[in-house]
Design a protein around this ligand. Structure first.
Ligand code: PDD
Length: 289
């Protein structure tokens, strides 16, 4: 089945879709993106993703490429044309096409919008049942990791380092020894009292939508969430650890570098949190689908 992409106003066969060679996204990584889960044709927490997109764009002084309701239509239509019920939509907005020059181009330069969509295979049962390993890596990224920038080279490098070592993810560590986040996921630990601990939202991490949703869901259950920094050392001593993202949802972490956490099996709290999140997604997919 042929895939369809949306590029600057046109729905095109994926293989024929292209952007201009002087798109500033291509030349300067001057743009932002979102990845949104689609279940039963419904964009999960689509409004929160749109809020974050608007924020990222405004921090970079890039205009929204179109009004939010119209953008929502494009996202759903791209998903629909790719004929899947469960998958992801990817959207990228760059500052647009202009002769290569570092300063912003003239104000009438139109932001460029690309949307792709694809079916995603379910997370392998093995990852959920047995948990995954992460490695630690120095965080060498810039000072505005709160912006969902397409400039992902450091993230790519640490993720590759993880793959080479047979790990699922790399937990990046700041200069003071505190974990920031994964290459494409947020990082969490659970302490002896069953409290969830995750780094507060600041310029050093992305305000993950899954993170934000899980905090809200956990609080409803009366689970204590401590939004504070935790060190790599503390993480290695934690009872349980896990990671969250749009594509992984909630995934148990059972090993950090050479250190096996607890008994090396995913903990019951993490399993419960994953189920709470899955229930939320299933309910959303039914309600508005
Ligand atoms: N990554 N931290 C980073 C650096 C990320 O790139 C992501 C998402 C997250 C989790 O955010 P969310 O819960 O909103 O997906 C945290 C996406 C999935 C990606 O780049 O593919």
């Amino acid at each position: 089945m042929s895939r369809i992409a949306y590029v600057n106003g046109c729905y095109l066969p994926h293989g024929a879709a292209s952007v201009h060679i002087e798109d500033r996204g291509y030349q300067f990584a001057d743009g932002v993106y979102e990845v949104i889960a689609v279940r039963n044709g419904v964009l999960i927490d689509g409004n929160w993703h749109m809020d974050r997109l608007r924020r990222s764009l405004s921090e970079l002084q890039i205009r929204m490429p179109m009004a939010t309701p119209a953008l929502n239509v494009v996202l759903c239509e791209t998903a629909r044309r790719n004929r899947f019920r469960d998958g992801i939509v990817y959207l990228q907005v760059s500052r647009g096409v202009a002769r290569r020059d570092h300063p912003f181009p003239s104000a009438d330069t139109r932001p460029a919008l690309v949307v792709t969509a694809r079916r995603t295979p379910p997370i392998p049962a093995k990852f959920v049942e047995e948990g995954v390993a992460v490695i630690s890596q120095p965080d060498i990224r810039w000072g505005r990791c709160d912006i969902k920038s397409i400039s992902l080279l450091p993230n790519v490098l640490v993720k590759q380092a993880a793959r080479v070592k047979g790990a699922f993810e790399a937990w990046q560590v700041d200069g003071d020894g505190f974990v920031t986040e994964g290459a494409s996921t947020n990082a969490w630990i659970i302490n002896e009292e069953g409290h969830l601990i995750t780094r507060p939202v600041e310029n050093t991490i992305l305000n993950g939508i899954t993170r934000r949703r899980l905090i809200a869901l956990a609080k409803v259950q009366g689970i204590v969430v401590e939004e504070r920094r935790f060190s790599l050392e503390e993480a290695k001593l934690a009872r349980e650890a896990f990671l969250t993202s749009t594509t992984a949802f909630v995934l148990p972490v059972v090993q950090i570098d050479e250190t096996v956490l607890g008994n090396g099996r995913p903990g019951s709290n993490t399993a419960m949190l994953r189920q709470i999140y899955l229930d939320f997604v299933a309910e959303k997919a039914l309600k508005t689908g």
